[in-house]
Structures are given as C-alpha cells and as structure tokens.
Write a protein that binds this ligand. Structure first.
Ligand code: DAH
Length: 347
C-alpha cells in the first residue's frame, strides 16, 4: 500500500502539470480525491490493513492526502492565472504610452482666448497679466468702486481672512483686504501704474464670484479685458474695435450694439450685445456679451494720468459665453468636467 500511495502522488504530479483548463483540472481532481477517486479507494482499504500496521498506514494516507491537496491548490492557482491572462489578452507593458490616447487637444476656452489675443495683436494690443489674488485697491478703489458698491459685498466676493499674507502682492493701504479678483479690470490699474500712455493691452484670465453653479453660472470663470489709452480716443474707436473683434471671431455677419449702463470706472458706460444668427444654436436676437465704456477721469487720477491730456476706452467680456456662442455649447459646466468626449470635439 505504501508503494501504491507514492506511485499515486507521482502520477498525480505528472497529470496535473499538463492540465491547463478548468475542466481538465476538475477531471484529474475527481480521479484522485472524488468519491470514486483512487485515493478514496485506497482509504477504503484501510479496514483490511492489520490492526498493528493501521496507525502507521493511517498517518501515511493522511500525509498523501495533504500532499495531493498542495498539488491540487497549486494547479488550481495556475488554471486561474491562465484564465485571467486570457481575459487580459497579450502581455502589456504599462510603462508605454497608451496606444489610443492620440495627440492632446486644446481646451475650447484656450482656443477662444488665443484667437482673441491673435485678433487683438493684429491691431497693436499686447497681452498683459495680473494676479488672481488681488487687493481691494486694484479690484475696486482705484476703479472708482466705493465701499458701498454691491460688488464689494462678502455675499458677492471671496475675501481672504484678516491675517492672510501674500508676499508678492503688496497692499496700497494697510487696511485693505485680500480677495480673489472678481474681474480682470484690476489689470487696467496694474498696467497704468507701471508707466505712461499710450497703452493698448488685452488681459485674459480667471475670475471668481460667489455664484451658485448652473447652466450659465460658475463661481470661477474667465474674462478678457481690454484697455486703450491715448489722445482723443472716442466712443467711435471703441465701437469700431468691438465690431472688428467680434466679426473676426464669429464671422462677418456679426453685429454689435451698445446699451447705456453704469460702471464706476467708465463714463459713459455701456453693455455690449451682439447678434450672430448665422451661428448654430443662437436663438435670441441680441446676446449680452460684456461691458465697456470710456475710461472715467477718476480712474486716470488714481493712477496719476492727467485726464485733460489722456482719454481711453476699456471693455471686459466673459470667455465662456464667447466659446458657448462660437461652438454652440449650451451648458457652462462642460468646460470644467474634463470629459474627453466633450474635449475631443475641439481637436
Ligand atoms: N468688469 C466688468 C464685469 O466684470 C466688465 C467691464 C465693464 C469691464 C466695463 C470694463 C468696462 O473694462 O469698461 O462685469
């Protein structure tokens, strides 16, 4: 019986080593340890073993059983690994670039921003930058927006706590608060304080307001600001520039109109609407696109320019709104979700 047991282990080892699939494995397993298996049969013979040999034999049978179990476990693990490999396909080198990622594309907001800067560079504007963390002086005071103005309310604006410090953004007065800029108009002040006119800048960038997100609002969005300062600048120049940039971006059938409005930093001030019926999904006849006006003399005084010598215009608009018009996008939230199905459409 001892010989039979060791022959059985040798045979099982050989058979299991060539079995690759689960049914093959199950068949071998049944042949040895199943109800009609070879080991089971040997165990049934235990009764015929003389009494004095029985303990030694029992031990041997148990050892054989344990060895078989080890063999079966190892074989099953191999079968399972094979099944997993079959599901995964051929071996993958995870350090290689993904084969279907393709080249990256520009975000639609980047595309519109760059196109607007290109259009404005053609007529002499240069790109200016400003920080997203601002002080009240640049964001409001120097722009003739007094403390009583609703834009300065904590309900509308993200302020930093009293003790916040930003080493590279200096305050004009010790009591000013830091905030996330509510508009890119702060770059007007930063640019004018750097040097004398003439000035022709375009400044795109991120702005922040305490808005509840919906299809047309986001607490964080992008604007594009323009400032022109020279001699004898008129509303005609402003209107001509706006007509030029919107026709260049959206097509020559695009028209603009001014509606009187109030902004502290321009006088007179207007809201700008445009009509672009040739674009898909444009339903309303006139769509508000931004604010503009002739730079208020108070602003020139705040930056040390003589308002009797210098005149200028300024405007600001939302980049999301422009991109939505241009591409027929009907929900602002698509811009921020990083969904490749959306982003790939702008390749
Ligand atoms: N800052 C205004 C806003 O965020 C937009 C604006 C209006 C910008 C008039 C200007 C301007 O430069 O002259 O709504």
């Amino acid at each position: 019986m001892q010989d039979q047991l060791s022959a059985l282990v040798a045979k099982a080892t050989a058979e299991l080593s060539t079995r690759k699939t689960r049914p093959e494995f199950e068949a071998v397993k049944a042949r040895y340890v199943g109800p009609n298996g070879e080991l089971t049969a040997l165990m049934k013979q235990m009764g015929a073993v003389p009494k004095e040999q029985r303990p030694a034999m029992g031990k041997l049978v148990n050892e054989t059983k344990a060895r078989l179990q080890v063999l079966l476990d190892a074989s099953l693990a191999q079968v399972e690994a094979g099944e997993l490999q079959a599901q995964l396909g051929p071996a993958v080198d995870a350090s290689l670039p993904s084969p279907d990622a393709g080249p990256g594309t520009y975000h639609p907001l980047t595309l519109v921003r760059e196109e607007m800067c290109r259009i404005l560079r053609k007529v002499g504007f240069t790109v200016a930058d400003g920080p997203e963390v601002e002080t009240e002086f640049y964001c409001f005071d120097a722009l003739n927006t007094p403390i009583s103005h609703p834009a300065r309310d904590a309900q509308d604006t993200f302020y930093f706590p009293e003790g916040a410090r930003f080493a590279n953004i200096s305050k004009k007065t010790p009591d000013e608060k830091y905030l996330l800029r509510t508009h890119t108009s702060s770059v007007q002040i930063r640019t004018m304080l750097k040097g004398p006119p003439p000035i022709r800048i375009v400044s795109p960038g991120r702005v922040y307001r305490r808005d509840t997100t919906d299809a047309t609002h986001s607490a964080n969005f992008h604007q594009l600001e323009c400032l022109y300062v020279g001699r004898n600048v008129t509303v005609r120049d402003l209107k001509a520039l706006l007509d030029y940039i919107f026709a260049s971006l959206l097509g020559k059938d695009t028209k603009t109109r001014f509606r009187p409005h109030y902004f502290g930093y321009t006088e007179p001030s207007f809201e700008v609407d445009l009509t672009a019926q040739h674009l898909p999904k444009v339903k309303k006849e006139w769509i508000e696109i931004g604010g503009c006006g002739m730079v208020d003399p108070t602003v020139f005084e705040a930056v040390g320019y003589d308002p009797d010598v210098w005149s200028g215009y300024a405007f600001g608009m939302g980049l999301e709104r422009l991109a939505m018009l241009l591409y027929g996008i009907d929900d602002i939230r698509y811009f921020y979700q990083n969904d490749l199905r959306f982003l790939k459409q702008f390749a």
